[in-house]
Design a binder for this molecule. Structure first.
Ligand SMILES: [Zn+2]
Length: 245
C-alpha cells in the first residue's frame, strides 16, 4: 500500500465526524495521492460523513453590498436576502403613517368580510357551534369552573351584567370602584344592591354607591321586596354614602 494512503487511513480514523471541511482534492494533495482514491478509502472505512465536498473556499460570491451569498442566501428571485430584509425595514420606517392607514383599511376589510360571512351563514354556524358545544361539554364546564375559581369577583360581575343588561340597570357613570368592591367582599358576606336592580316598585342602578355588604341571610330576607317608604329611606342612605347629604 502506498505510504500516502496509510497516512490517510490513520489520519481519517482520528477525525471526529463532520469535523473537516476539505474537498477530496485537498485531502489528496495533503497526502500526495490521487483524489479518486480518497472517496473510495473513506467509504471503505465507513467515515464518508467526514468530508464535506463543497464550493472551493477561494470562490466566494458576494452581493453588491458585500454580503456573502453562502451565508445570507438568496431569495426566490435570486436577490440577496439580507439586502431585501434591510430594504423592507427601511421602507416600513419611511412609510410608517401610510402603512398604518393601509393596514387599518385591510383589517377593516377583513373584519367586514368576516361579519358578512357570519351573517350569511348564521344558521350553519349556530348549528356547528351547537354540535361543537355538545362534543366539548366537559371541557367547557371545566373552563368555566376554572374561570370562576380564578376570577370570583369578575365572575359575579359578569353574571350580574348578564342578568341586568336586559333591564338596562347599568349606566356609563358610577362604575368606578365596583370591581374593587366585589373583590374586597368579606368571605362570609355578599354584595347587595341597596335599591334592588329589579325591585317590585322601584329599581336601582348598578352603580358603586348602590352597593353594600350583607350577610347571605339578611340578603335573602330582603329579596326584592322594597316598598316606596323603604326606598325613600334607602335613597337617603345612598345619598349619604355618595356624600350628597
Ligand atoms: Zn446584500
Amino acid at each position: 500500500m502506498k505510504e500516502g494512503i496509510k497516512k490517510l487511513i490513520v489520519w481519517a480514523d482520528k477525525q471526529p465526524p463532520n469535523s473537516i471541511e476539505l474537498t477530496y482534492k485537498q485531502i489528496a494533495d495533503k497526502f500526495g495521492i490521487h483524489h479518486s482514491s480518497v472517496g473510495r478509502i473513506l467509504n471503505k472505512l465507513g467515515i464518508k460523513t467526514i468530508v464535506k465536498p463543497g464550493p472551493k473556499p477561494t470562490i466566494k460570491l458576494f452581493c453588491n453590498h458585500g454580503h456573502e451569498y453562502a451565508v445570507v442566501e438568496r431569495d426566490k428571485r435570486g436577490n440577496c436576502k439580507e439586502c431585501e430584509r434591510l430594504r423592507s425595514k427601511k421602507y416600513k420606517e419611511e412609510h410608517k403613517a401610510e402603512l398604518k392607514i393601509k393596514n387599518k383599511k385591510y383589517n377593516d376589510k377583513i373584519r367586514e368580510r368576516r361579519l358578512k360571512y357570519n351573517n350569511e351563514h348564521k344558521k350553519e354556524r349556530q348549528e356547528y357551534i351547537k354540535i361543537w358545544r355538545g362534543e366539548n361539554t366537559e371541557a367547557l364546564k371545566e373552563y368555566s369552573r376554572q374561570y370562576r375559581r380564578e376570577h370570583p369577583a369578575l365572575y359575579k360581575l359578569g353574571r350580574l351584567k348578564y342578568r341586568t343588561n336586559l333591564n338596562l340597570r347599568i349606566v356609563s357613570w358610577g362604575q368606578d370602584g365596583i370591581y374593587e368592591f366585589y373583590e374586597k367582599c368579606p368571605v362570609d358576606m355578599t354584595v347587595d344592591h341597596i335599591i334592588p336592580l329589579q325591585g317590585d316598585l322601584v329599581s336601582g342602578l348598578h352603580v358603586s354607591w348602590n352597593l353594600q355588604y350583607l350577610t347571605p341571610s339578611a340578603n335573602s330576607k330582603k329579596r326584592n321586596k322594597i316598598n316606596l317608604m323603604d326606598a325613600t329611606k334607602l335613597y337617603e342612605k345612598i345619598l349619604r354614602k355618595a356624600g350628597l347629604k
